[in-house]
Design a protein around this ligand. Structure first.
Ligand SMILES: [Zn+2]
Length: 594
């Protein structure tokens, strides 16, 4: 059934493009697909009929004008694009992927730099399932063009029928002297792989890593490689993507180890010094609990790392996409990607300017540590914190004392932050906040922990951290629906549109950290720091945020101070900045409360 080519055979074949044999029609076990279906049901493998793979090589016009960004011509270009299935971006910042982190930090090999984003995104016009994104990464085009909206589209139709060449096919069409390889684990990717001049290998992840490392030890190794690693997705579906299960962390570490093994093999090539490697690492989607597929920043947010000799070192601003991989890799070979109708962009040339380190007090309009029962604002003198209703000090805060906001009397508690209605934010709408929250049970009616908007409509201008919202969770594939309490960040956008980030799962009875920041690149990053020490982050492009409302900020209430469902819980170490926070600052604030 498998089309696996052993390392020995691959070598004996001299890595010549393998004449791809049509896969025979027949019943194939769908264990891998079933895993993608976010199934809550045990057992019972699904089967389906796998049609003949179309092998018609499509006519593709590719210009080979040199790209000014990546091709200096002095060394031989080579490219490795790696996709880790179900790999959450925050695993990088939580230290689970040291090899990939080194690549991003420009510490892989002398001269190599890394342009990176932990706020990259999947396709948005298809589901956050694997297939629309596997195809997008390979073709540089999103579901609007590929028509691969979910997994069955790839399995039933493949991409050849749509005349959608992968970047490997485009490359081997344009440059017949180059060898290309697609190596993967998920059988549905066979639908992408067998095409003009591209060799493919279909095997387990660990075997693929060994095969690749072995192949790369030979001088005539493939020039262009696309490697899809499946393991993180299994760990997520079986045990949980978020909050991280021990198993998920293990498979992410393992997968990073595979990448390390192959990167070491590249660096050990006798001809490495004469070669110009571009390494792109990304994911097809994130995940939440044991699922993905739904429209949520928990699934959209993914990493993108572009490493090479000619890329810039630092963070890629804004929200890049996993489908940037194809044009970026092709540009590295001097292909004029502007002539191709890509949705993706060439990445790696532009990075954000790193902000100069600032004292944490800088731009801090509000700081309420609630130490010794005090509710005084230790931030800007322009803002006065006024307790309203049933809000009383508690001794066991996250750090020192905290504040209990209660609804047990007729007068629901809140903190009115008088003066915040006049705050001026840097460059119009850069800001950050951090807060520790503790609740004991799910709440009623989407109460506001912190915000400045009229929460009667999510599309109203302003922002709100929403507690324990019960969100209908919909999975496109199996039509599973359910309600799950969570913590969301909502904000209004231009044109009375809304944005909701999250959801994060509460930890009842425990102090949990939340932070939010919007930077100069228009990206909002919404954090949750959990008891296990992991700092999670989801992100989205909010360049059109509608931040100012004319209303003040409140803790435990919306900007009107009169939202009908009061927040019930404990709050501590609240800060509001009129500037953006860096990831390091958010991490430091979180660590200081642990
Ligand atoms: Zn996937």
């Amino acid at each position: 059934m498998t089309a696996f080519i052993s390392p020995c055979v691959a070598h004996e074949l001299g890595l010549m493009p393998v004449g791809v044999k049509p896969i025979q029609t027949g019943e194939m076990k769908m264990h891998n697909l079933q895993k993608k279906r976010n199934s809550r049901r045990g057992g019972g493998h699904l089967t389906f009929s796998f049609g003949m793979v179309a092998l018609v090589a499509t006519a593709i016009c590719v210009s080979t004008a040199p790209s000014p960004l990546f091709a200096d011509g002095a060394k031989r270009p080579k490219a490795l694009v790696v996709m880790l299935d179900g790999w959450r971006a925050d695993t990088v910042s939580n230290g689970l992927t040291p090899n990939i982190k080194a690549l991003a930090d420009g510490k892989w090999q002398p001269g190599y730099k890394g342009a990176w984003s932990l706020s990259a995104s999947t396709v948005r016009d298809g589901t956050t399932e694997s297939a629309p994104n596997h195809v997008a990464i390979a073709t540089g085009m999103t579901a609007g063009k590929t028509k691969i909206m979910w997994n069955p589209d790839l399995i039933s139709r493949g991409t050849s029928a749509n005349h959608l060449p992968t970047w490997l096919v485009r490359l081997t069409k344009a440059r017949k002297d180059l060898k290309a390889l697609h190596i993967f684990r998920w059988y549905a990717d066979l639908r992408l792989s067998p095409d003009y001049g591209v060799q493919f290998i279909f095997d387990r992840d660990d075997a693929n890593a060994k095969t690749l490392a072995k192949m790369l030890s030979f001088p005539d190794a493939p020039d262009a490689i696309m490697w899809y690693i499946d393991s993180p997705d299994h760990g997520g579906h079986n045990h949980g993507f978020y909050p991280y299960s021990a198993e998920y962390k293990e498979v992410v570490r393992e997968s990073d180890g595979y990448v390390g093994e192959v990167l070491a093999a590249i660096a050990a090539r006798p001809t490495f010094a004469e070669e110009d490697w571009l390494v792109v690492v990304t994911a097809d989607h994130g995940g939440w609990e044991r699922y993905h597929g739904q429209s949520s920043t928990q699934c959209y947010t993914i990493p993108l790392i572009v490493a090479g000799l000619h890329v810039a070192q630092g963070m890629i601003p804004g929200v890049p996409h996993n489908y940037d991989a194809a044009p970026t890799a092709l540009a590295h070979f001097g292909i004029d990607v502007a002539k191709i109708d890509f949705d993706g962009k060439v990445r790696g040339g532009e990075v954000a300017q790193e902000p100069a380190p600032r004292p944490i007090e800088d731009g801090r309009a509000v700081y309420l540590p609630f130490t010794d029962g005090s509710t005084a604002n230790r931030g800007s003198a322009d803002v006065v914190a006024e307790i309203r209703g049933a809000a009383t000090p508690v001794a066991d805060g996250a750090i020192g004392g905290g504040l209990r906001v209660s609804a047990s009397t007729n007068s629901a508690g809140s903190v009115f932050l008088k003066g915040t209605e006049r705050l001026k934010f840097e460059r119009g709408a850069e800001f950050g906040f951090a807060v520790w929250v503790r609740t004991s049970s799910p709440q009623v009616g989407d109460p506001v922990v912190f915000g400045n908007k009229d929460w009667n409509a999510g599309s109203n201008p302003g922002i709100a951290l929403i507690a324990w919202r019960s969100v209908p969770v919909k999975y496109d594939f199996l039509r599973i629906r359910g309600d799950k309490p969570g913590v969301m960040f909502n904000c209004g956008r231009a044109g009375r549109k809304r944005e909701d980030l999250g959801q994060y799962n509460p930890e009842y009875g425990k102090w949990t950290f939340y932070a939010m920041t919007r930077g100069a690149d228009g990206v909002v990053r919404f954090y949750q720091g959990r008891q296990d020490g992991h700092l999670h982050c989801v992100a989205d492009d909010l360049s059109d945020i509608a931040l100012n409302t004319g209303l003040p900020f409140f803790l435990g209430q919306d900007g009107t101070g009169k939202y009908r469902h009061p927040f019930v819980g404990d709050i501590d170490e609240f800060s509001l900045w009129t500037r953006a926070l860096t990831h390091e600052e958010v991490r430091r604030i979180f660590e200081s409360g642990r």
